[in-house]
Design a binder for this molecule. Sequence first.
Ligand SMILES: C[S@@+](CC[C@H](N)C(=O)[O-])C[C@H]1O[C@@H](n2cnc3c(N)ncnc32)[C@H](O)[C@@H]1O
Length: 244
Amino acid sequence: MSQTSGSGGEGHPGTPIEPGELSLMNSRARELLLKYWDLRLFSAAMRRHGIDLGDAVVLDAGCGSGYSTLLIWEMFRPRELLAFDVMPEQVERARARGLPATIFVGDITGLHLADQSCDAVFVLGVLHHCPNWREGLAQVARVLRDGGVLLLEEPGKRHIALERALLGWASTCDSGFNLESLRQELARVGLAVVEEKPLYFGLFGSFLCAKMAGHTSPEHIVARRLLHTFSTAGDMAASHEVQT
Ligand SMILES: C[S@@+](CC[C@H](N)C(=O)[O-])C[C@H]1O[C@@H](n2cnc3c(N)ncnc32)[C@H](O)[C@@H]1O
């Protein structure tokens, strides 16, 4: 599976990510943060909402060096794992980990995956790098099945201001990206925020979202999950009765 790269950061034409940030992203420090902070937040949120990825098709969008893909595999053991990044050299790094995953070059703003083909999508710090991040989010919503979950983390205003002060530019330049516009866009594409937590002392936001066809309030999400649990239990009881 392969797609061509189509995005470029506004501050760094041709590459979606600034070289300093790239080496930070590929560092042991980033790996430790992912392992002991980012993924733990997601795992705890999913536990609280009774979400189990054991039988799921999971996509790691913008997987970078593939360390997040490795953690997703180790922590959740999904039935099928897919991962992609727009940078071919990052995809090479991810593939070199030898994971039981399909890893390909792809652009989140133009995904060649079928509608409703994934049960869960992880998007860790990717959208704010995309000039056309709204389309990236719409693509994620498209490939998620109804009731599927999005695990999303992106920087907030304080991080963006810090980036601008330290580097003289921010990856979100001119794209209109901030957490408020992200929340509005999530609602627009039918992704309900089930939980939102601060990450890195509030520099980032960490979101657990669910794709809801129709109603998107937290009460409806809980009601739908209970209905699903009861109907699954009912199906199992019925098939047990037939067999016995
Ligand atoms: C900040 S890094 C995060 C990497 C990884 N998710 C992590 O958490 O360590 C952002 C990643 O998004 C990728 N990226 C940027 N724009 C993208 C796009 N349009 N489609 C796919 N990946 C993209 C970059 O190449 C980079 O690997």
